[in-house]
Ligand binder design. Structure first.
Ligand code: DX5
Ligand code: ZN
Length: 214
């Protein structure tokens, strides 16, 4: 198994010390910084938006992986690209014209990802897999950090891996050092980790432990 990419979620960081938290991730073995944008409509919670994304970008030396949990994400793609997104993922459940939205992300020069809620089968992605860089398989219902991992996600990773050998599979929600080996064995490539990293006394050491899981 190749070494996984680790994308700590800034949602679990201390927002009053955002610069310090971003610098911690810069120093760490993390590969991407996962940025969770929530609008209080697609999900029942509001996190932060463009100015915070820009502020993170000013200090980050690692690519920003922006996860848009918002309705009508196509209206904000260019603004988030300008705010520093390297990759942008939109929810299949929020995009009636998903193919077009993916093309818009690619035209902006960002890596395109599609996120899938726990209730959506991976088969719904069959006709766009050739157009995107990665799938964000949600392993919790989106909206909050610190939720319990939904075990069925491991089976969805297997199904998705059987559909494509090359697509990058990102897992988002409730990831820890206990379920990560199962996810990687099933074919996952990118692990988003929020509370498990930021609630640790030594977040950098925890990130190192994830990186050692190859
Ligand atoms: C959930 C977010 C996740 C979350 C992950 O809506 O998309 O990225 O921040 O955090 P943990 O690892 O705490 O579940
Ligand atoms: Zn996320």
């Amino acid at each position: 198994m190749p070494t996984p990419l680790i994308a700590p979620s800034i949602l679990a960081a201390d927002f009053a010390n955002l610069q310090r938290e971003v610098e911690l991730l810069n120093r760490s073995a993390a590969d991407w910084i996962h940025v969770d944008v929530m609008d209080g409509r697609f999900v029942p919670n509001i996190s932060f938006g463009l100015p915070v994304c820009e502020a993170i970008h000013q200090h980050a030396t690692k690519p920003l992986d922006v996860h848009l949990m918002i309705v009508e994400p196509e209206r904000y793609l260019s603004a988030f690209a300008k705010a520093g997104a390297s990759t942008l993922s939109v929810h299949l459940e929020a995009c009636p014209n998903l193919h077009r939205t993916i093309q818009q992300i690619r035209e902006l020069g960002c890596g395109a990802g599609v996120a899938l809620n726990p209730h959506s089968p991976v088969s719904l992605l069959a006709d766009v897999l050739g157009e995107i860089q990665f799938v964000n398989l949600m392993s919790v219902n989106p909206g909050f950090g610190g939720q319990k991992f939904i075990e069925h996600t491991v089976e969805k990773v297997r199904q998705l891996r059987a559909m494509s050998e090359t697509i990058q599979i990102e897992i988002d929600g409730g990831v820890n050092l206990d379920n990560a080996p199962r996810l990687l064995e099933a074919g996952a490539d990118i692990l988003v980790v929020g509370s498990f990293v930021f609630s640790a006394t030594e977040p950098e050491e925890v990130i190192r432990q994830f990186k050692a899981l190859s």
